[in-house]
Write a protein of this length. Structure first.
Length: 114
Protein backbone atom coordinates (compact mmCIF):
# COMPACT_ATOMS: atom_id res chain seq x y z
CA UNK A 1 0.00 0.00 0.00
CA UNK A 2 1.32 3.40 -0.97
CA UNK A 3 1.72 5.92 1.86
CA UNK A 4 3.03 9.47 1.98
CA UNK A 5 4.38 11.35 5.00
CA UNK A 6 4.93 15.07 4.57
CA UNK A 7 7.01 17.28 6.87
CA UNK A 8 8.74 20.64 7.05
CA UNK A 9 5.85 23.09 7.18
CA UNK A 10 5.60 25.97 9.59
CA UNK A 11 4.98 29.66 10.08
CA UNK A 12 7.11 32.10 8.12
CA UNK A 13 6.99 35.76 7.23
CA UNK A 14 6.36 36.89 3.68
CA UNK A 15 9.58 36.71 1.69
CA UNK A 16 10.89 33.81 3.74
CA UNK A 17 11.67 30.24 2.79
CA UNK A 18 10.63 26.74 3.80
CA UNK A 19 11.75 23.31 2.70
CA UNK A 20 9.24 20.46 2.60
CA UNK A 21 9.98 16.74 2.47
CA UNK A 22 7.81 13.77 1.63
CA UNK A 23 8.73 10.17 2.36
CA UNK A 24 6.89 7.67 0.22
CA UNK A 25 6.50 3.96 0.76
CA UNK A 26 6.39 1.56 -2.13
CA UNK A 27 9.14 -0.16 -4.05
CA UNK A 28 8.07 1.41 -7.32
CA UNK A 29 8.78 5.01 -6.23
CA UNK A 30 11.48 5.48 -8.85
CA UNK A 31 8.99 4.99 -11.69
CA UNK A 32 6.35 7.37 -10.36
CA UNK A 33 5.86 10.93 -11.44
CA UNK A 34 5.55 12.76 -8.13
CA UNK A 35 3.73 15.93 -7.34
CA UNK A 36 3.30 18.51 -4.59
CA UNK A 37 -0.25 19.71 -4.10
CA UNK A 38 -1.77 22.28 -1.81
CA UNK A 39 -5.19 23.09 -0.44
CA UNK A 40 -6.04 26.47 1.00
CA UNK A 41 -9.11 26.98 3.23
CA UNK A 42 -12.25 27.00 1.17
CA UNK A 43 -10.44 26.09 -2.04
CA UNK A 44 -9.90 22.95 -4.05
CA UNK A 45 -6.67 21.06 -3.89
CA UNK A 46 -4.30 22.15 -6.66
CA UNK A 47 -1.12 20.75 -8.16
CA UNK A 48 1.75 23.20 -7.71
CA UNK A 49 4.71 21.18 -9.03
CA UNK A 50 5.56 17.77 -10.37
CA UNK A 51 8.69 15.86 -11.31
CA UNK A 52 9.04 12.94 -13.68
CA UNK A 53 11.08 9.82 -13.14
CA UNK A 54 13.78 11.37 -15.29
CA UNK A 55 13.82 14.62 -13.34
CA UNK A 56 11.80 16.84 -15.67
CA UNK A 57 9.85 19.42 -13.70
CA UNK A 58 6.73 21.50 -14.17
CA UNK A 59 5.28 24.26 -12.04
CA UNK A 60 2.03 26.12 -11.67
CA UNK A 61 2.35 29.70 -12.87
CA UNK A 62 1.69 30.95 -9.35
CA UNK A 63 4.89 29.37 -7.99
CA UNK A 64 7.16 29.36 -11.04
CA UNK A 65 10.54 30.88 -10.25
CA UNK A 66 9.99 30.60 -6.49
CA UNK A 67 9.51 26.87 -5.81
CA UNK A 68 11.81 24.00 -6.74
CA UNK A 69 10.83 20.34 -6.70
CA UNK A 70 13.41 17.59 -6.52
CA UNK A 71 13.59 13.90 -5.68
CA UNK A 72 15.95 11.30 -4.28
CA UNK A 73 14.91 7.89 -5.56
CA UNK A 74 17.37 6.10 -3.27
CA UNK A 75 15.52 7.56 -0.29
CA UNK A 76 12.00 7.39 -1.75
CA UNK A 77 11.74 11.11 -0.98
CA UNK A 78 10.54 14.16 -2.84
CA UNK A 79 11.31 17.72 -1.78
CA UNK A 80 9.85 21.17 -2.32
CA UNK A 81 12.05 24.21 -1.72
CA UNK A 82 9.86 27.29 -1.36
CA UNK A 83 11.43 30.75 -1.57
CA UNK A 84 9.99 34.25 -1.63
CA UNK A 85 6.87 32.99 0.08
CA UNK A 86 3.66 35.02 -0.14
CA UNK A 87 0.58 35.04 2.10
CA UNK A 88 -1.35 33.40 -0.75
CA UNK A 89 0.95 30.37 -0.45
CA UNK A 90 -0.71 29.58 2.89
CA UNK A 91 -2.19 26.09 2.62
CA UNK A 92 -1.81 22.47 3.64
CA UNK A 93 0.77 20.90 1.35
CA UNK A 94 0.59 17.27 0.25
CA UNK A 95 2.65 15.01 -1.94
CA UNK A 96 1.25 12.24 -4.08
CA UNK A 97 1.77 10.64 -7.41
CA UNK A 98 0.64 12.26 -10.62
CA UNK A 99 -1.97 11.00 -11.29
CA UNK A 100 -2.66 10.77 -7.58
CA UNK A 101 -3.16 7.62 -5.57
CA UNK A 102 -6.41 7.35 -3.61
CA UNK A 103 -4.86 7.61 -0.15
CA UNK A 104 -3.43 10.97 0.85
CA UNK A 105 -1.06 11.72 3.70
CA UNK A 106 -1.85 14.13 6.52
CA UNK A 107 -0.12 16.99 4.78
CA UNK A 108 1.98 19.73 6.33
CA UNK A 109 0.68 23.21 7.15
CA UNK A 110 2.43 26.21 5.64
CA UNK A 111 1.40 29.60 6.95
CA UNK A 112 2.86 32.80 5.51
CA UNK A 113 2.22 35.97 7.46
CA UNK A 114 2.18 39.39 5.84
Amino acid sequence: QVQFVESGGGLVQAGGSLSLSCAASGSAFSIWTMGWYRQAPGKQRELVAHISTGGSTNYADSVKGRFTISRDNAKNTVYLQMNSLKPEDTAVYYCNGKPSYPKWGQGTQVTVSS
